[in-house]
Design a protein around this ligand. Structure first.
Ligand code: ADP
Length: 155
């Protein structure tokens, strides 16, 4: 049976840190479904179409990496996709504290486990929020985001 992980996130934008987590997780999982958050209550800097386009441009093998939009509970999406686990990245102890209760809740709700990969020292300092800040202030984000030129703003 193939092992499928769902990697959920806002990915506003999808950074080289996220990219590294997906690539490393493919040593363990047969497939990763990147679940791009589309929550109507939430305000994103980059449009959902452009976030999807940018992520799709990075991964060329749909048998290994699929990119989908999602809204609602992550555990429901995991079950809908017939996936096995949630994948998340950890950069520091704040990520750990935040993720711990969500992972425990997902286990309690639908017995869905979360697998964590520790960020490498090279990518750990990259966060979508810092990248957005650099972008807003006219800085160059291409060092942190693959194919950054594909991203466009929400109206
Ligand atoms: P969310 O809004 O759901 O927290 P993000 O798009 O910010 O989504 O992040 C998705 C996942 O990627 C989270 O598990 C986050 O901890 C992880 N992540 C973010 N940046 C990095 C990075 N530089 N290295 C490793 N993991 C990261």
């Amino acid at each position: 049976m193939s092992k499928i992980a769902v990697f959920p996130g806002s990915f506003d934008p999808f950074t080289k840190g996220h990219e590294e987590i997906v690539n490393r997780s493919l040593e363990v999982f047969d497939k990763v479904i990147i679940a791009v958050g589309e929550n109507s209550q939430k305000k994103y800097l980059f449009s959902s179409e452009s976030r999807l386009k940018q992520i799709k441009s990075i991964f060329s093998d749909p048998n290994k990496v699929e990119i989908k939009q999602f809204d609602g509970l992550t555990v429901d999406f995991v079950n809908d996709q017939k996936a096995n686990v949630i994948l998340r990245g950890l950069r520091n102890s704040s990520d750990f504290v935040f993720e711990r209760s969500i992972a425990q809740m997902n286990q309690k709700l639908k017995s869905v486990d979360t697998y964590f990969l520790m960020a490498t020292p090279e990518f750990a300092p990259i966060s979508s929020s810092i990248v957005r800040e650099i972008n807003k202030n006219g800085g160059d984000i291409s060092e942190f985001v693959t194919n950054a030129h594909l991203l466009s703003y929400t109206i």
